[in-house]
Design a protein around this ligand. Structure first.
Ligand SMILES: [Cu+2]
Length: 159
């Protein structure tokens, strides 16, 4: 009996830890040096929704060093960046109603943060997705891979 009770306590601890580190919720930072804090993000296919919070840890205002977080297919990235440039800051450097954009936050400046929640229903496991910032001149540095479902394999391959 004592043994069973110990196992029960262990399971409670495990489920508590899992709830705390929700793999469907991602935090990413950006800064005044035009950088994202991650170059690769991964979510398991068990996530029906993903929530991404972009924080700007710098001090410069959005007009000078704003950032956003946009998710799209690798092949759509440059077209979205170009269309975003034309749209301007008041449209968060994003073309309106563009179906190529899977998810996007608004542009934030230093000290601000923003969250976007999106469904993974349209994401295909193994397809190449990228995240990037559409503020003009930023995407060549501020971009990374977004993996749906194969994060574990990639993490192991990196060792
Ligand atoms: Cu940026």
């Amino acid at each position: 009996m004592k043994c069973l009770r110990l196992i029960g306590a262990g399971l409670l601890l495990l489920s508590g830890a899992a709830a705390y580190a929700d793999p469907c919720k991602i935090n990413i930072d950006s800064n005044d040096m035009m950088q994202f804090s991650a170059h690769e993000l991964a979510v398991p296919t068990s996530c029906t929704d993903v929530e991404v919070t972009l924080r700007h840890a710098g001090q410069l205002p959005a007009k000078v060093m704003g950032h956003d977080w946009v998710l799209a297919k690798d092949s759509d990235k440059s077209a979205i960046v170009n269309a975003g440039m034309a749209a301007g800051l008041k449209h968060n450097f994003l073309p309106e109603n563009d179906k190529r954009i899977i998810a996007a936050t608004k542009v934030v400046g230093g000290g601000e943060s923003t969250t976007v929640k999106f469904s993974t229903a349209a994401l295909l496991q193994g397809a190449r997705y990228v995240f990037f910032c559409t503020v003009p001149g930023h995407s060549s540095v501020m971009h990374g891979k977004f993996l749906f479902g194969d994060g574990t394999r990639v993490a192991q391959a990196g060792k």
